[in-house]
Design a protein. Structure first.
Length: 302
């Protein structure tokens, strides 16, 4: 089934490729279709599609695909760059751009490409600067606020969303294969756009943990009707229907009313409750000296 321009634009609308930013560079005004009430610039998707076709023809003009570098310092474009290089044979550089890759010949990672493709002209400014020194043509995905210095072919699109970046690289890789003849336009491309989407490692780990929990066998339900020793809880009261009004057995019949009665009787006799007075006979009163024995007492003291 042949793919038409309208179908590609519908996919761009779904992936929000047309949404720009509130700021607009004066060189990007030619690609702006409208501005919303909120101040967001809407990109003309017809021009975006045309620029993708132009960029694909520039990529096909390079005989050796290894002479093409696809760079992306933006995390959302790392997976799309790797997938694009897988299907087109280009050299992918996802992550941090090593300074001097295109200019410093002493480094071991020195490269001399014939074409450079970047995801964001602002984020990948170091790569653009080195490409300008080495006179290397550049294809860049540019938003409404992106600078166009040292950019030869600008593809106006939303380069901040992971769906938009993935779709643009998917369309570019498909068109390159169409022009090279490795893929027929009548049959279409069976690779889904989802494979170009950036995926968060933490989300993947959480999803795997959730799948493992669902796949784990369910624990058998415990039977609470039986005790740990095998006895039945229902049979615990099978010895007879005991009445709650009957006196307790096994602990002895204690008369709980005896203690309060004794305390009350002690209170009526004038004795403090909670203290038992010792008998007078138990107390030893000190002897006092009388008048008759005062002399004896003085002699004893002397």
């Amino acid at each position: 089934m042949a793919v038409t321009k309208e179908e590609d634009i519908q996919m761009m609308l779904v992936c929000k490729t047309h949404l720009g930013t509130r700021n607009c560079d004066y060189r990007m005004k030619r690609y702006v279709f409208h501005r919303t009430v909120d101040g967001i610039h809407i990109i003309h998707l017809g021009k975006t599609w045309e620029k993708i076709m132009v960029a694909a023809r520039a990529i096909v003009a390079i005989e050796n695909p290894a002479d093409i570098i696809v760079a992306s310092q933006r995390p959302y474009g790392s997976r799309a760059v790797l997938k694009f290089s897988q299907y087109t044979g280009a050299n992918a550089m996802a992550g941090r751009w090593m300074p001097g890759t295109l200019t410093n010949q002493i480094t071991t990672k020195y490269l001399e490409p014939r074409l450079l493709i970047v995801t964001d002209s602002r984020t990948d400014s170091q790569a653009l600067k080195e490409a300008s020194y080495a006179n290397i043509p550049v294809i860049a995905l540019c938003d409404t606020d992106s600078p166009l210095e040292n950019v030869d072919i600008a593809i106006p699109a939303n380069n901040k969303g992971k769906e938009s970046i993935a779709l643009l690289y998917w369309l570019l890789a498909r068109e390159v294969q169409y022009l090279r003849g490795t893929l027929s336009r009548a049959s279409g491309w069976d690779i889904m756009v989802d494979s170009f989407f950036w995926r968060d490692p933490e989300e993947l780990e959480n999803k795997e943990e959730a799948q493992e929990e669902w796949a784990a066998p369910a624990k058998p339900a415990e039977d609470w009707s039986t005790k740990a020793g095998g006895e039945s809880w229902e049979g615990a009261g099978a010895g007879g229907e005991a009445s709650w009004d009957a006196p307790a057995t096994g602990g002895g019949a204690d008369d709980w009313s005896a203690a309060p009665a004794a305390a009350q009787e002690a209170g009526q006799n004038g004795e403090p409750i909670g203290r038992r007075q010792a008998p007078v006979s138990d107390l030893q009163a000190p002897r006092r000296c009388t008048t008759e024995s005062s002399a004896v007492c003085r002699g004893a003291r002397a």
